[in-house]
Write a protein of this length. Structure first.
Length: 323
């Protein structure tokens, strides 16, 4: 039996609000996370690396790159889906969490379960998903979430289990096409997008400005931390400018998408390296895992489809383009 949770359905949408103190930790640290050593950075101090992270966050190219991965963006013209902002609050506690989500089609989205689980003890939960480029000043089209459905047997805090939650929207979002899923190999360049808080403790974290940003990194199928290789992989930054527009996920990027070079959706950000180091990794849940694949296909109604969101499952659940 699928466990689902009906959430608040108040009329209208939430107005933009400040970040909730104490609960706006939407990018959960990995268990036993490791700051990667890189010979290319042996002469660069930690504060200098923190400064790099801050400078990168201020680079408008990362915002421009991310806008290509919003619903209807140029990078997704033939692959559909898109990056969305996520807003979560609860009736029994003050504050609002702003984080990231992925639109799978016009009526369904997905995010990291830990974005929502922290609010479950505090009464009625209200969740919004929005299509715009800024979660405060340009929310785009906003839809209230009617129910959220955690992955059966998954967990918000166990790295051996999927940290995954489906979101059924109350109102369909116009112009969102069904997402095309794909895969990646070690060494491929991947792109993560999200509404994270960038900068570094070495120079002071930047205030959340609400903007979507995207970063590139290199795929690695071996995990450095304790996240299960059954469900999770990593994208790594091993040296400065290893790839163009490089960087890693930080607080608020959880639940956001990971794309391959073709714009196909391959995963969802869940954790990553903390601290002042520019180098490090972002851990993401893979959608080509057969358990995840089959659950999504069984839960999301797609009449007449031969597979998940109009895609065919091949081999071990790896979804590829139809010819």
């Amino acid at each position: 039996m699928i466990q689902s949770h009906t959430v608040e359905r108040a009329a209208g949408t939430n107005e933009a609000s400040g970040n909730g103190a104490g609960l706006n930790t939407s990018f959960r640290s990995g268990f036993g996370t490791l700051a990667l050593a890189a010979t290319a950075l042996t002469a660069v101090t930690a504060p200098a690396q923190g400064g790099l992270m801050r400078d990168i966050a201020l680079d408008l190219q990362h915002r421009t790159l991310a806008e290509r991965y919003l619903p209807g963006g140029s990078a997704l013209a033939t692959t559909g889906g898109g990056t969305a902002s996520l807003r979560v609050s609860a009736s029994g506690i003050g504050g609002t969490l702003n984080s990231s989500a992925i639109l799978l089609n016009s009526g369904w989205a997905v995010t990291a379960y830990h974005n929502i689980a922290a609010f479950e003890p505090f009464g009625t939960i209200t969740i919004d998903v929005a299509t715009g480029s800024n979660f405060n000043t340009n929310r785009g089209t906003v839809s209230r979430v009617a129910e959220y459905i955690p992955f059966p047997g998954g967990s918000a805090n166990n790295p051996s289990l999927p940290d995954l939650c489906l979101l059924r929207l109350t109102t369909d979002l116009p112009g969102v096409q069904s997402a095309l899923f794909g895969s990646a190999l070690t060494g491929d360049i991947l792109t993560l997008a999200g509404f994270g808080r960038h900068g570094s403790p070495a120079t002071g974290l930047l205030e959340r400005d609400g903007n979507v940003r995207a970063f590139n990194a290199i795929a690695n199928t071996q995990n450095s931390g304790s996240y299960s290789g059954t469900y999770y992989s990593e994208m790594r930054i091993g040296s400065i400018q290893a790839v163009a527009l490089d960087g890693r996920g930080l607080s608020g990027d959880s639940g956001g998408p990971i794309f391959n070079a073709a714009g196909e959706l391959i995963g969802m950000t869940v954790a990553g390296t903390l601290g002042t180091q520019f180098v490090g990794y972002t851990t993401f849940l893979r959608f080509d895992n057969p358990d995840v694949d089959s659950w999504l296909a069984a839960t999301i109604p797609t009449p007449g489809s031969a597979g998940l969101l109009g895609l065919v499952g091949l081999g071990l659940g790896v979804r590829r383009r139809r010819s």
